[in-house]
Design a protein around this ligand. Sequence first.
Ligand code: AMP
Length: 328
Amino acid sequence: MKYTIATIGSHSALNILNGAKEEGFKTLLLCEKERRFYERFNVADKIIYLENLKDMGNKDIQEKLLEKNVIMIPHGSYISYLTLDFLENEFGVPIFGNKYLFRWESDRNLEREWLENSGIKIPKIFEDENIDREVIVKFHGAKGGKGYFFAENRKDIIEKVGKKENYQIQEYIKGVAMYFHFFYSPLEKDNVLMSIDRRYESNVDFLGRMPRGFEIEPSYVVVGNFPIVIRESLLEKVFDIGDKVVEQSKKIHDKGLIGPYCLETIVTDEPEIITFEISARIVAGTNPFIPYTPYSYIKYGKKMSMGRRIAVEIKNAIKEERLEDVIT
Ligand code: AMP
């Protein structure tokens, strides 16, 4: 049976489709009709333009995808277009990865539970009352750092959001942000560090360049990504965190993490690695690493981007008749 690898036109679609083509799959892109730039890159064999990406849930589109033996590769935009309930209960097209963990990355309380029960270092969470240090305030459901703000005390927070809003108050960790991109292969039972990035955030990354005498509030909106390699002696800690998070994911859902996931951390000057978020699918921070990264090249001895690694896993799963182990 011939399979087609498909995704939504946003986030890391170029990376995903390019990897799929490298491994010889047919590729399909579902895209909003205003977004034409994908045509310039020749990575999609077919593009289905939709009025609105939410239409992807329609019965006729789903039937079309099933007819083509589509395997969908989820990324950060899926949950914005299809609700979690819909993805879990009604979307019948196979998804590479474990879609049941998306709820755990999207809900800050569940995410917290996952990280806490993994036994790794995480920032302290404050209730409104007892804030005794600098904090970062994050709204539930906020994406890409949008709306995050820095605060020094409770009064600060109330001035900015009032009392009723739905937010989480995290200790502001003093250090540099590093995002670790792992690939967990259920076929090989191997937890692979593929790459590391830091985000380019507007306007916090501009503050060091600010002319004197002009004060602005930092904001944390992600607009790009830089590659990083970590000081080699810290890799033991990185793998330890990754292994613990994978172990815990199996207690949340029997299939556990499948394929790409990302640990979002701050590395302090101790040095210590504090994990503040997790993504249970490919992140856009893997995009600078086509065709490879120092880590993926050393591991595989050839060009291996995250998009390609996903396609390799699907190909191996088909060959071994274990597709069920890598899709949900
Ligand atoms: P996110 O979109 O959640 O990955 O976070 C966006 C940015 O907010 C990060 O790259 C950091 O610059 C900053 N950030 C998030 N959480 C914390 C934290 N607990 N302490 C310090 N900075 C943080």
